[in-house]
Design a protein around this ligand. Structure first.
Ligand code: NDP
Ligand code: OXD
Length: 321
């Protein structure tokens, strides 16, 4: 029977270990503590077959000499691929209806918040003012999905169901029913010039690092029905330049924003972006990984792999996602 190590930093390891023990009876399940440190003898780590990781400690990875597969406990893999001396094992990521549904809920929640003038009504309520504001219909508003992967495509479908027009941008060319798709550097400016609500669901790679900057914000549609463009980022914080977004909100270049992710997490209490107007900040919770839902999938992957079947949801290390 194989040995599985749950190595998580900042997440509750017990919940994962409990679920895995149920799903993989007879396997040895080891776990780090909540800080990502391994409390047992590090000599046992050479016998680990499968690593289930969220922001694993690099010093731990170096000791996993017998590793067969690395499973990311999230959809993103930058927290693994960024590690120096990553063991030479295949990396699989999460693609799961539970996680996808959670992300689409978040995107719909934030898109509706800005469409229905949530920030303006909150201000009126704080001043005890009863005032009706003109609000456009969703069908007048174009949501532009930056990233048309598993999460981007599902969020687009949910937004269309609500009534938004949707367009999308990806690295490679796509044909998706009911939405116009743009791709590559050559398609970006056209895409941005038609976007009222930009929804970023990109992985963090060298090509997407700091992509959400002042230059990109300036290219979004200016005279749209929301009085200015809105930015929603639930991909990775490393894709955004916080100071440019704070400036754009203060100057009104952006009418609003919702940010779930930051390059430094937790976002430091003294960051000036906390005070930017018309901004919703959430602490990287757009689509949390549920141990109950996701352990089933990972256990199935392990069983299939041990039966000689191919792994699903493999990551291309070169591409970075
Ligand atoms: P996918 O790998 O399925 O999709 C990624 C999309 O991004 C693809 O459409 C891809 O293009 C596009 N892309 C990548 N690089 C570029 C580039 N340089 N230029 C243009 N497009 C690019 O990922 P998911 O949809 O499953 O997840 C997206 C990200 O969401 C994750 O990587 C993670 O960082 C983040 N996430 C955040 C969570 C949260 O709670 N905040 C929860 C879960 C995920 P192409 O289709 O051409 O390959
Ligand atoms: C993920 C995340 O990548 O939660 O799944 O950020």
């Amino acid at each position: 029977m194989s040995t599985v190590l749950v190595a998580v930093t900042g997440w509750e390891p017990d919940a994962w270990a409990r679920q895995l023990t149920k799903q993989l009876p007879g396997h040895t399940i080891l776990q780090t503590d909540i800080e990502g440190a391994f409390p047992g003898s590090v000599n046992t780590l050479g016998g680990v077959d499968y690593l289930l990781a969220w922001k694993p400690k690099p010093e731990l990875l170096e000791r996993l000499s017998g590793l067969k597969v690395i499973f990311s406990l999230g959809a993103g893999v930058d927290h693994i691929l960024g590690v120096d001396k990553l063991p030479d094992a295949p990396v699989a990521r999460i693609v799961d209806p539970d996680l996808t549904a959670r992300m689409s809920e978040y995107v719909a929640w934030q898109a509706l918040h800005h469409l229905r003038l949530g920030p303006a009504y909150a201000q009126l309520q704080a001043g005890r003012q009863w005032e009706e504001l003109r609000q456009p219909a969703a069908s007048e508003v174009t949501a532009g999905l930056l990233g048309l992967g598993v999460l981007g495509q599902d969020a687009a479908a949910v937004l269309r169901r609500i009534g938004f027009r949707t367009i999308g941008w990806s690295r490679t060319q796509k044909q998706i029913e009911s939405m116009e798709c743009f791709h590559g550097g050559e398609g970006l400016d056209d895409f941005l010039s038609r976007t009222d609500i930009l929804v970023a669901l990109l992985p963090l790679t060298p090509a997407t690092e700091n992509i959400l900057d002042a230059g990109l914000i300036a290219k979004l549609r200016k005279n749209g029905p929301l009085g200015g463009p809105v930015l929603i980022n639930a991909g990775r914080g490393g894709s955004q330049v916080d100071s440019d977004i704070a400036d754009a909100l203060c100057e009104g270049t952006l009418a609003g924003a919702s940010l779930d992710v930051f390059s430094q997490e937790p976002l430091p209490a003294d960051s000036r972006i906390w005070d930017a107007p018309n901004l919703v900040i959430t602490p990287h919770v757009a689509a949390v990984s549920s141990p109950r839902a996701l352990s089933v999938q990972i256990a199935e992957q392990i069983k299939a792999f041990e039966a000689g079947q191919p792994l699903k949801n493999l990551v291309d290390r070169e591409r970075g996602y």
